[in-house]
Design a protein around this ligand. Structure first.
Ligand code: ZN
Ligand code: ZN
Length: 350
Protein backbone atom coordinates (compact mmCIF):
# COMPACT_ATOMS: atom_id res chain seq x y z
CA UNK A 1 0.00 0.00 0.00
CA UNK A 2 1.30 3.48 -0.84
CA UNK A 3 1.60 6.41 1.51
CA UNK A 4 -1.47 7.42 3.57
CA UNK A 5 -3.79 9.42 1.33
CA UNK A 6 -4.94 12.05 3.89
CA UNK A 7 -7.00 14.96 2.71
CA UNK A 8 -5.98 18.43 4.00
CA UNK A 9 -9.09 18.46 6.21
CA UNK A 10 -8.15 15.11 7.73
CA UNK A 11 -4.57 16.29 8.27
CA UNK A 12 -5.82 19.35 10.19
CA UNK A 13 -8.20 17.11 12.15
CA UNK A 14 -5.47 14.60 12.95
CA UNK A 15 -2.95 17.29 13.92
CA UNK A 16 -5.34 19.16 16.18
CA UNK A 17 -6.68 15.96 17.81
CA UNK A 18 -3.14 14.83 18.58
CA UNK A 19 -2.15 18.26 19.87
CA UNK A 20 -5.23 18.53 22.12
CA UNK A 21 -4.82 14.96 23.32
CA UNK A 22 -1.23 15.76 24.33
CA UNK A 23 -2.21 19.01 26.02
CA UNK A 24 -5.07 17.37 27.97
CA UNK A 25 -2.81 14.52 29.01
CA UNK A 26 -0.26 17.04 30.30
CA UNK A 27 -3.00 18.79 32.33
CA UNK A 28 -4.17 15.42 33.68
CA UNK A 29 -0.60 14.50 34.74
CA UNK A 30 -0.14 17.90 36.37
CA UNK A 31 -3.32 17.51 38.45
CA UNK A 32 -2.49 13.87 39.26
CA UNK A 33 0.92 15.02 40.61
CA UNK A 34 -0.76 17.59 42.89
CA UNK A 35 -3.15 14.86 44.11
CA UNK A 36 -0.18 12.63 45.00
CA UNK A 37 1.57 15.53 46.74
CA UNK A 38 -1.50 16.33 48.83
CA UNK A 39 -1.94 12.65 49.71
CA UNK A 40 1.67 12.50 50.90
CA UNK A 41 1.55 15.84 52.76
CA UNK A 42 1.37 15.66 56.57
CA UNK A 43 -2.15 16.46 57.85
CA UNK A 44 -2.02 18.78 60.85
CA UNK A 45 -4.42 20.65 63.08
CA UNK A 46 -3.67 23.98 64.69
CA UNK A 47 -2.51 23.43 68.30
CA UNK A 48 0.30 24.30 70.73
CA UNK A 49 2.53 21.44 69.64
CA UNK A 50 2.96 22.70 66.04
CA UNK A 51 6.19 24.70 66.74
CA UNK A 52 7.71 21.66 68.43
CA UNK A 53 6.73 19.41 65.45
CA UNK A 54 8.52 21.83 63.16
CA UNK A 55 11.58 22.06 65.41
CA UNK A 56 11.71 18.25 65.48
CA UNK A 57 12.08 18.12 61.70
CA UNK A 58 15.32 20.09 62.09
CA UNK A 59 14.24 22.93 59.80
CA UNK A 60 12.05 25.97 60.26
CA UNK A 61 9.92 25.06 57.29
CA UNK A 62 7.69 22.18 56.15
CA UNK A 63 7.49 22.03 52.34
CA UNK A 64 3.88 20.96 51.87
CA UNK A 65 1.32 20.40 54.61
CA UNK A 66 -2.45 20.33 54.97
CA UNK A 67 -3.56 22.23 58.02
CA UNK A 68 -7.06 22.66 59.43
CA UNK A 69 -8.21 25.45 61.69
CA UNK A 70 -10.86 28.06 62.41
CA UNK A 71 -10.68 31.51 60.78
CA UNK A 72 -10.00 34.38 63.20
CA UNK A 73 -9.06 37.98 62.28
CA UNK A 74 -5.79 39.37 63.60
CA UNK A 75 -7.35 42.77 64.25
CA UNK A 76 -10.75 44.12 63.17
CA UNK A 77 -12.77 41.97 60.81
CA UNK A 78 -14.60 43.17 57.69
CA UNK A 79 -18.32 43.81 58.07
CA UNK A 80 -20.77 43.01 55.30
CA UNK A 81 -22.46 46.19 53.99
CA UNK A 82 -25.70 44.22 53.48
CA UNK A 83 -25.81 42.18 56.70
CA UNK A 84 -24.22 44.03 59.58
CA UNK A 85 -24.07 40.96 61.78
CA UNK A 86 -21.79 39.14 59.28
CA UNK A 87 -18.08 39.51 59.84
CA UNK A 88 -15.40 38.12 57.59
CA UNK A 89 -11.73 38.32 56.64
CA UNK A 90 -12.07 38.15 52.84
CA UNK A 91 -14.83 39.92 50.95
CA UNK A 92 -15.46 39.91 47.22
CA UNK A 93 -18.05 42.22 45.69
CA UNK A 94 -19.02 41.53 42.10
CA UNK A 95 -21.38 43.46 39.85
CA UNK A 96 -22.32 41.64 36.65
CA UNK A 97 -24.35 42.90 33.75
CA UNK A 98 -26.64 40.31 32.15
CA UNK A 99 -27.66 40.80 28.55
CA UNK A 100 -29.41 38.90 25.79
CA UNK A 101 -27.53 38.87 22.50
CA UNK A 102 -29.23 37.96 19.21
CA UNK A 103 -27.55 34.93 17.67
CA UNK A 104 -28.24 35.11 13.96
CA UNK A 105 -26.95 31.56 13.38
CA UNK A 106 -29.23 29.90 15.96
CA UNK A 107 -31.90 32.57 15.34
CA UNK A 108 -32.51 33.03 19.06
CA UNK A 109 -31.48 35.25 22.00
CA UNK A 110 -28.61 33.88 24.09
CA UNK A 111 -27.57 34.91 27.60
CA UNK A 112 -24.33 36.77 28.08
CA UNK A 113 -22.77 38.28 31.19
CA UNK A 114 -20.06 40.82 31.77
CA UNK A 115 -18.26 41.72 34.99
CA UNK A 116 -18.71 45.45 35.46
CA UNK A 117 -17.03 45.74 38.83
CA UNK A 118 -15.04 43.39 41.06
CA UNK A 119 -13.57 44.34 44.40
CA UNK A 120 -11.71 42.11 46.84
CA UNK A 121 -10.94 43.21 50.37
CA UNK A 122 -8.92 41.26 52.90
CA UNK A 123 -7.67 41.71 56.43
CA UNK A 124 -4.86 39.65 57.99
CA UNK A 125 -6.22 36.46 59.56
CA UNK A 126 -5.07 33.34 61.34
CA UNK A 127 -6.17 29.75 61.68
CA UNK A 128 -6.93 28.95 65.31
CA UNK A 129 -7.42 25.62 66.97
CA UNK A 130 -10.75 24.02 65.92
CA UNK A 131 -11.49 22.62 69.39
CA UNK A 132 -11.08 26.02 71.00
CA UNK A 133 -9.29 24.48 73.98
CA UNK A 134 -5.72 24.59 72.73
CA UNK A 135 -4.11 27.90 71.91
CA UNK A 136 -1.67 28.44 69.07
CA UNK A 137 -2.36 29.92 65.68
CA UNK A 138 -1.09 29.96 62.13
CA UNK A 139 -1.03 33.21 60.11
CA UNK A 140 -2.37 32.73 56.60
CA UNK A 141 -0.17 34.67 54.15
CA UNK A 142 -1.17 35.91 50.67
CA UNK A 143 -4.69 34.42 50.58
CA UNK A 144 -5.23 36.05 47.18
CA UNK A 145 -2.54 33.76 45.73
CA UNK A 146 -4.62 30.68 46.54
CA UNK A 147 -5.91 28.64 43.59
CA UNK A 148 -9.44 29.69 44.51
CA UNK A 149 -10.78 32.16 47.08
CA UNK A 150 -12.40 30.30 49.99
CA UNK A 151 -15.55 32.39 50.03
CA UNK A 152 -19.28 31.73 50.25
CA UNK A 153 -22.08 33.85 48.84
CA UNK A 154 -23.75 35.89 51.57
CA UNK A 155 -25.76 38.33 49.46
CA UNK A 156 -27.22 38.25 45.97
CA UNK A 157 -29.60 40.65 44.26
CA UNK A 158 -30.77 40.92 40.70
CA UNK A 159 -31.96 44.30 39.53
CA UNK A 160 -34.00 44.10 36.36
CA UNK A 161 -33.71 46.83 33.74
CA UNK A 162 -37.05 48.32 32.73
CA UNK A 163 -37.61 49.03 29.03
CA UNK A 164 -39.78 51.55 27.23
CA UNK A 165 -41.18 51.07 23.73
CA UNK A 166 -38.32 53.08 22.19
CA UNK A 167 -35.77 50.87 23.94
CA UNK A 168 -37.43 47.70 22.65
CA UNK A 169 -37.17 48.98 19.09
CA UNK A 170 -33.51 49.88 19.49
CA UNK A 171 -32.83 46.42 21.07
CA UNK A 172 -34.23 44.63 18.04
CA UNK A 173 -32.21 46.85 15.73
CA UNK A 174 -28.93 46.49 17.66
CA UNK A 175 -29.43 42.78 18.58
CA UNK A 176 -28.64 43.46 22.24
CA UNK A 177 -31.15 43.48 25.09
CA UNK A 178 -30.02 44.42 28.65
CA UNK A 179 -31.63 42.15 31.27
CA UNK A 180 -30.28 43.65 34.44
CA UNK A 181 -27.49 43.70 37.00
CA UNK A 182 -26.55 40.96 39.44
CA UNK A 183 -24.89 42.12 42.62
CA UNK A 184 -23.17 39.47 44.77
CA UNK A 185 -21.20 39.57 47.95
CA UNK A 186 -19.01 36.62 48.92
CA UNK A 187 -17.17 36.35 52.20
CA UNK A 188 -14.86 34.15 54.19
CA UNK A 189 -16.65 34.42 57.51
CA UNK A 190 -14.98 34.58 60.88
CA UNK A 191 -15.31 31.22 62.62
CA UNK A 192 -15.48 29.13 59.39
CA UNK A 193 -13.42 26.01 59.41
CA UNK A 194 -10.76 26.28 56.73
CA UNK A 195 -8.16 23.92 55.30
CA UNK A 196 -4.95 25.36 53.96
CA UNK A 197 -2.47 23.39 51.89
CA UNK A 198 0.89 25.03 51.42
CA UNK A 199 4.27 25.70 53.02
CA UNK A 200 4.37 26.03 56.82
CA UNK A 201 7.18 28.22 58.11
CA UNK A 202 8.28 28.94 61.66
CA UNK A 203 9.56 32.50 62.04
CA UNK A 204 12.26 33.60 64.52
CA UNK A 205 9.65 35.17 66.82
CA UNK A 206 8.00 31.73 67.19
CA UNK A 207 4.98 32.55 64.99
CA UNK A 208 3.77 30.06 62.37
CA UNK A 209 2.93 31.11 58.81
CA UNK A 210 1.14 29.25 56.04
CA UNK A 211 2.33 30.57 52.68
CA UNK A 212 2.38 29.68 48.96
CA UNK A 213 4.98 26.88 48.40
CA UNK A 214 8.32 28.11 47.07
CA UNK A 215 8.41 25.37 44.39
CA UNK A 216 5.22 26.66 42.75
CA UNK A 217 2.96 23.75 43.78
CA UNK A 218 -0.69 24.74 44.23
CA UNK A 219 -1.57 26.82 47.28
CA UNK A 220 -5.06 25.84 48.43
CA UNK A 221 -7.39 27.50 50.90
CA UNK A 222 -10.80 25.91 51.14
CA UNK A 223 -13.78 25.64 53.37
CA UNK A 224 -14.14 22.10 54.63
CA UNK A 225 -11.48 19.42 54.96
CA UNK A 226 -8.54 18.40 52.77
CA UNK A 227 -10.43 15.39 51.40
CA UNK A 228 -12.88 17.74 49.66
CA UNK A 229 -9.93 19.47 47.95
CA UNK A 230 -8.58 16.08 46.93
CA UNK A 231 -11.96 14.94 45.55
CA UNK A 232 -12.20 18.12 43.46
CA UNK A 233 -8.70 17.72 42.08
CA UNK A 234 -9.33 14.06 41.31
CA UNK A 235 -12.46 14.87 39.32
CA UNK A 236 -10.62 17.60 37.37
CA UNK A 237 -7.73 15.20 36.74
CA UNK A 238 -10.05 12.47 35.45
CA UNK A 239 -11.90 15.02 33.29
CA UNK A 240 -8.62 15.86 31.52
CA UNK A 241 -7.82 12.16 31.24
CA UNK A 242 -11.13 11.46 29.46
CA UNK A 243 -10.75 14.54 27.27
CA UNK A 244 -7.27 13.35 26.27
CA UNK A 245 -8.61 9.86 25.56
CA UNK A 246 -11.46 11.22 23.43
CA UNK A 247 -9.06 13.34 21.35
CA UNK A 248 -6.78 10.31 20.97
CA UNK A 249 -9.76 8.27 19.76
CA UNK A 250 -10.67 11.01 17.27
CA UNK A 251 -7.09 10.87 15.90
CA UNK A 252 -7.31 7.07 15.67
CA UNK A 253 -10.64 7.36 13.83
CA UNK A 254 -9.10 9.70 11.24
CA UNK A 255 -6.20 7.28 10.68
CA UNK A 256 -8.60 4.31 10.45
CA UNK A 257 -10.74 6.14 7.92
CA UNK A 258 -7.69 6.92 5.76
CA UNK A 259 -6.53 3.29 6.00
CA UNK A 260 -9.99 2.00 5.00
CA UNK A 261 -10.02 4.31 1.99
CA UNK A 262 -6.52 3.25 0.97
CA UNK A 263 -7.57 -0.42 1.27
CA UNK A 264 -10.69 0.22 -0.82
CA UNK A 265 -8.63 1.94 -3.54
CA UNK A 266 -6.16 -0.91 -3.50
CA UNK A 267 -9.02 -3.41 -3.96
CA UNK A 268 -10.57 -1.45 -6.85
CA UNK A 269 -7.15 -1.24 -8.49
CA UNK A 270 -6.72 -5.00 -8.15
CA UNK A 271 -10.18 -5.64 -9.63
CA UNK A 272 -9.38 -3.40 -12.60
CA UNK A 273 -6.15 -5.26 -13.21
CA UNK A 274 -7.92 -8.62 -13.06
CA UNK A 275 -10.56 -7.34 -15.52
CA UNK A 276 -7.89 -6.12 -17.91
CA UNK A 277 -6.16 -9.49 -17.69
CA UNK A 278 -9.43 -11.23 -18.52
CA UNK A 279 -9.93 -9.07 -21.61
CA UNK A 280 -6.30 -9.63 -22.70
CA UNK A 281 -6.94 -13.39 -22.54
CA UNK A 282 -10.14 -12.99 -24.55
CA UNK A 283 -8.37 -10.90 -27.18
CA UNK A 284 -5.53 -13.43 -27.50
CA UNK A 285 -8.09 -16.17 -27.90
CA UNK A 286 -10.04 -14.28 -30.59
CA UNK A 287 -7.05 -12.99 -32.57
CA UNK A 288 -5.87 -16.58 -33.04
CA UNK A 289 -8.67 -17.17 -35.54
CA UNK A 290 -8.66 -13.67 -37.13
CA UNK A 291 -6.76 -12.41 -40.17
CA UNK A 292 -6.09 -8.68 -39.59
CA UNK A 293 -5.10 -8.00 -43.21
CA UNK A 294 -8.67 -8.61 -44.33
CA UNK A 295 -11.61 -6.17 -44.26
CA UNK A 296 -12.79 -5.27 -40.75
CA UNK A 297 -14.90 -8.08 -39.35
CA UNK A 298 -18.64 -7.67 -39.09
CA UNK A 299 -18.59 -7.43 -35.33
CA UNK A 300 -15.73 -4.89 -35.16
CA UNK A 301 -15.61 -2.27 -32.37
CA UNK A 302 -17.69 0.79 -33.42
CA UNK A 303 -14.91 3.09 -32.24
CA UNK A 304 -11.62 1.74 -33.53
CA UNK A 305 -13.14 -0.54 -36.25
CA UNK A 306 -10.23 -3.00 -35.93
CA UNK A 307 -10.64 -4.98 -32.71
CA UNK A 308 -13.60 -7.22 -32.01
CA UNK A 309 -16.46 -6.10 -29.80
CA UNK A 310 -15.72 -7.70 -26.49
CA UNK A 311 -17.46 -5.66 -23.78
CA UNK A 312 -21.00 -6.08 -22.53
CA UNK A 313 -21.91 -2.70 -21.04
CA UNK A 314 -24.26 -3.05 -18.11
CA UNK A 315 -27.03 -2.32 -17.29
CA UNK A 316 -27.99 -1.26 -20.88
CA UNK A 317 -26.51 -4.48 -22.31
CA UNK A 318 -25.00 -2.95 -25.49
CA UNK A 319 -22.08 -4.83 -27.07
CA UNK A 320 -20.37 -2.23 -29.19
CA UNK A 321 -16.72 -1.74 -28.31
CA UNK A 322 -13.42 -3.35 -27.45
CA UNK A 323 -11.94 -3.12 -23.96
CA UNK A 324 -9.22 -0.63 -24.96
CA UNK A 325 -11.78 1.77 -26.37
CA UNK A 326 -13.95 1.23 -23.29
CA UNK A 327 -11.03 2.26 -21.10
CA UNK A 328 -10.52 5.37 -23.21
CA UNK A 329 -14.10 6.61 -22.74
CA UNK A 330 -13.96 10.18 -21.38
CA UNK A 331 -17.02 9.45 -19.23
CA UNK A 332 -18.58 6.16 -18.31
CA UNK A 333 -21.64 6.30 -20.61
CA UNK A 334 -22.66 3.90 -23.35
CA UNK A 335 -21.70 5.30 -26.83
CA UNK A 336 -24.94 3.92 -28.29
CA UNK A 337 -27.66 4.85 -25.80
CA UNK A 338 -25.77 7.29 -23.50
CA UNK A 339 -26.94 5.52 -20.35
CA UNK A 340 -24.39 5.38 -17.50
CA UNK A 341 -22.24 2.23 -17.27
CA UNK A 342 -22.23 0.50 -13.89
CA UNK A 343 -20.25 -2.57 -14.81
CA UNK A 344 -18.54 -4.14 -17.82
CA UNK A 345 -18.17 -7.88 -18.44
CA UNK A 346 -16.24 -9.68 -21.20
CA UNK A 347 -18.21 -11.23 -24.07
CA UNK A 348 -17.30 -14.80 -24.89
CA UNK A 349 -18.35 -15.94 -28.35
CA UNK A 350 -18.33 -19.70 -28.79
ZN1 ZN B 1 -12.12 -0.48 -30.19
ZN1 ZN C 1 -26.20 1.21 -24.31
Amino acid sequence: MDTLPLTPGELVCLGSSLAFSGLFYYLHRKKAKVVTKIQEAPKLQVNDSLPSILSATGSSCLGYVAIEGVVQPVETALTSPYHEELQGVIERLVLKEHRLIWNSLARSWTDSERVVLEQVHTVPFVLASPSGKASGQVCVESPLHAVELPVETVYERFQQTSHGFKDLLSHYLSGEKPKGFLETEEMLLVGSSLTGIGELALHRDGSLHLQPPADGTGYFLRLGDWEAILADLRSVSSFWKWASLLCGLAAAAVILRALCRAYHRHKVHQEQEAQQQEFENLRRHQSAGLDLSEEPPENACVICLTSLRECVLLPCGHVCCCFRCFQAFPNRTCPICRSPIDRVVPLYQA
